[in-house]
Ligand binder design. Structure first.
Ligand SMILES: NC(=O)c1ccc[n+]([C@@H]2O[C@H](COP(=O)([O-])OP(=O)(O)OC[C@H]3O[C@@H](n4cnc5c(N)ncnc54)[C@H](O)[C@@H]3O)[C@@H](O)[C@H]2O)c1
Ligand SMILES: O=C(O)[C@H](O)COP(=O)(O)O
Length: 438
């Protein structure tokens, strides 16, 4: 259980002496929004920085990911951290995050965060589930055409001063079959775009999904691999998708077929892919993601795929467009502000989703109790016993796995009552985090 530091016994100002957004956390005296510290890594959108600064928070911004030691040092002191796909928030790192309330993944993937451990520490994680889907789908469409016409190689040759006009093994994509593995937000967008260019679309997913347009489901991954001219991967990183495409799966693909991976680097066995490209079994590949990726831009990238024929290598830029980054910045920064200021966990990845309608600005006697606790019998009874002498205007609770989330708006007459409620709830042995929001 998280170390629940007691609030120091200081007089608590009334709502009217605080900004309406002011919050109080388990380990700080009552404080202003200006005391909230946010660490933003990996060059998240300037839009996010604006939103978080406008909320009155202190924002520390870095363009790159930090190494583990630096991350551990910085994370000790912040209430929220914003990352993209590179920063690994493991149990080891998060165990140092004693003030952390929330993590914003300014991307789709959340595999870089230990979600269960974060929840067990009362740290709510948000992401942006589909703001960059279109950008990825468009990149893949471009790659399908580039691969089909060997444009990567032709362009490189020209830059090297070599004129090499060939049509052998260069094809139109019209009438070709695209096999999409993982028919979710990106896979479905991609399918629509591919059909509009005259491709036939088949897909494989572990969930029953409604086929869009003229597409149809393949019964098995093997069936898809054997039928598709282009295979594009759009699955998340999970234990099941690790090395999903290895030597066996590549051998099932048609001779001359193309493989595209803009999902996660762990999904494809890179050495097996390099062998298939060099032997000519595959006609080409486009790879955007790698088992290990550098923390920052610069030279020194190593991969068995370097210099393979008709192989497009991109530095994990599938979601890197102005449009996507702006939308993600707005969505995730707003989620962070709402969670810190009002407790709303709507669209959280690892928490039950709870919200309560706002406390009117004119209401100076209602406080919001926000509590994260272990999801075991009897905790709600204990909380409600503590609240029994007060007027509870509204409350909500829900659970996800081992962790439950509770919110209640309670009318108090004296500041001392807030302290009493706070201290009694934090004393419950299953308490993880309690906050009182004014
Ligand atoms: N290259 C980039 O910059 C970039 C950008 C965005 C997302 N991504 C990656 O792409 C992944 C997919 O994104 P999305 O938004 O489409 O996710 P999504 O959750 O909407 O769709 C993923 C689909 O994969 C399916 N799936 C899961 N496990 C599977 C398995 N073993 N076999 C077959 N299907 C399986 C799911 O049921 C789901 O339908 C993300 O998880 C992320 O890792 C990469
Ligand atoms: O998960 C994602 O959204 C993509 O992999 C993009 O990650 P990035 O924000 O680190 O580019």
């Amino acid at each position: 259980m998280v170390d629940t530091l007691k609030i120091e016994s200081v007089p608590i100002s009334r709502r009217d002496s605080f900004n309406a957004r002011d919050t109080r956390t388990r380990n700080l005296k009552p404080f202003n929004s200006g005391d909230i510290k946010i660490l933003l890594l990996e060059n998240v959108s300037a839009k996010a920085v604006d939103i978080l600064k406008k909320a009155g928070y202190q924002v520390e911004f870095h363009t790159k990911a930090l190494d583990k030691a630096e991350l551990i040092e910085k994370i000790k002191d912040v209430h929220a951290v914003g990352i993209r796909s590179k920063t690994k928030l493991t149990e080891e790192v998060l165990s140092h995050a004693n003030k952390l309330l929330t993590i914003g993944c300014f991307c789709i993937g959340t595999n870089q965060v230990d979600l269960n451990y974060a929840a067990s520490r009362g740290i709510c994680v948000f992401n942006s589930p589909f703001s960059n889907s279109r950008s990825v789908a468009e990149l893949v469409i471009a790659e399908i055409i580039l691969l089909s016409r060997q444009l990567g190689d032709r362009s490189r040759e020209m830059h090297e001063g070599v004129w090499n006009k060939v049509s052998k093994a260069c094809y139109e994509i019209r009438g070709k079959t695209l096999g999409i593995v993982g028919y979710g937000h990106i896979g479905t967008q991609l399918g629509v775009l591919a059909e509009s260019l005259g491709m036939q679309v088949i897909w494989y997913d572990i969930l029953p999904v409604m086929p869009i347009g003229m597409s149809r489901a393949a019964d098995t991954l093997d069936e898809l691999l054997a039928e598709a001219d282009f295979v594009s991967l759009h699955v998340p990183e999970t234990p099941e998708t690790k090395d999903m495409i290895g030597e066996r799966e590549i051998s099932l693909m048609k001779k001359g077929a193309y493989l595209i991976n803009a999902s996660r680097g762990t999904v494809v066995e890179i050495d097996a892919l390099a062998v298939a490209l060099k032997s000519g079994h595959l006609g080409g590949a486009a790879v955007d993601v790698y088992p290990t990726e550098p923390l920052a831009n610069g030279p020194g990238f190593e991969s068995a795929l370097r210099n393979c024929p008709n192989t497009l290598l991109t530095p994990h830029i599938g979601g890197s467009t102005e449009e996507a980054q702006r939308m993600i910045g707005i969505e995730v920064a707003n989620a962070i502000v709402k969670y810190i200021n009002s407790g709303a966990s709507v669209n959280a990845v690892n928490f039950a989703e709870c919200d309560l309608r706002a406390i009117p600005e004119t209401d100076l006697t209602t406080v919001r109790i926000v509590n994260v606790h272990q999801n075991v019998p009897g905790v709600l009874r204990q909380i409600n016993n503590i609240l029994a002498d007060f007027n509870v205007n509204k409350q909500i609770s829900d659970s996800k796995g081992d962790v439950a989330y509770f919110m209640a708006d309670v009318t108090v007459n004296e500041n001392s009552e807030i302290n009493t409620i706070y201290e009694q709830i934090t004393a419950i042995s299953e308490n993880i985090i309690t906050r009182v929001l004014f």
